[in-house]
Ligand binder design. Sequence first.
Ligand code: NAG
Ligand code: NAG
Length: 321
Amino acid sequence: MRPSICFVPPFLLLLLHLAFARPLFPLPSKTKNEEKRPLQTFRPYNIAHRGSNGEIPEETAAAYLRAIEEGADFIETDILASKDGALICFHDVTLDETTDVAKRKEFANRRRTYEVEWFNVTGWFVVDFTLEELKTLKVKQRYSFRDQQYNGMFTIITFEEFISIALDADRTVGIYPEMKDPVFINKHVKWADGKKFEDKFVDTLLKYGYKGQYMSENWMKQPLFIQSFAPTSIVHVSKLIDSPKVFLIDDITVRTQDTNQSYWEITSDDYLAYIGKYVVGLGPWKDTIVPAARNYLMPPSDLVARAHAHNLQVHPIHVQE
Ligand SMILES: *[C@@H]1O[C@H](CO)[C@@H](O)[C@H](O)[C@H]1NC(C)=O
Ligand SMILES: *[C@@H]1O[C@H](CO)[C@@H](O)[C@H](O)[C@H]1NC(C)=O
């Protein structure tokens, strides 16, 4: 008798089974699915932040496909631009934390220091690499405490590839892309037609049929929230696309990406009334809703109640660490 076996709970066995049975994920096929299961709207949305990034390196096709397999309502991504103007899914403006760029001798001389949102940052910047060069890099886990076995197996994907993953899913899967660091991108990347980063971002969404206000027929077919920490970008794209937008709010020490406004300025009732003309909701950093101090949860702030009083949804970011 080996008692330890008897006490393995059934769900653990199931997890083990899933871990071993899990295939590796290529980009999906273009096959059409006729009657797709609609987006659920009876409970809060489950938004997969950078894909299933606890398991598989963030912002890769494999991480997004895994999130869909696990039941995410939306897949979330950060959009940046390459030197030659391609829109890519990548979180940091530097490649250092989540790719093998530091090991690539041919790129050793690409290291730079640029000002990014009020700070000087040194590293290998996405805006100094063409899409072709970016595609040669291999993505890895951001944190050492995560599963490292998928490091080096997947590449950076484009915004269009990300959209195709959502549209090719066998049920309705929404997308939740962020216009990332727009001031920095517009400073370093120029498009031949004179358009800005935010215009290119919207052009891509329109090209794939994304449109319609929250809960409209078009929106239910291809659900989309556009998110940004930069209020001027949100106001700009509101003239170009009627899809719902979410204003992101970082920790109380962080200023807005474009207008350098403080947390207190952008969460005042006056400001919520202003930004509420352009967005359906706020995406506040979770510690601004329930602050934590010395590993204890503190009483909640009044942010959710005040957002709701302004008829704004609240999509907290993010519950992964
Ligand atoms: C960044 O570095 C440059 C050159 O050393 C300096 O002129 C600039 O003030 C720095 N910017 C910030 C925000 O520290
Ligand atoms: C941003 O605002 C802070 C606080 O008012 C100020 O100290 C800082 O100089 C500002 N930065 C820029 C680049 O305007």
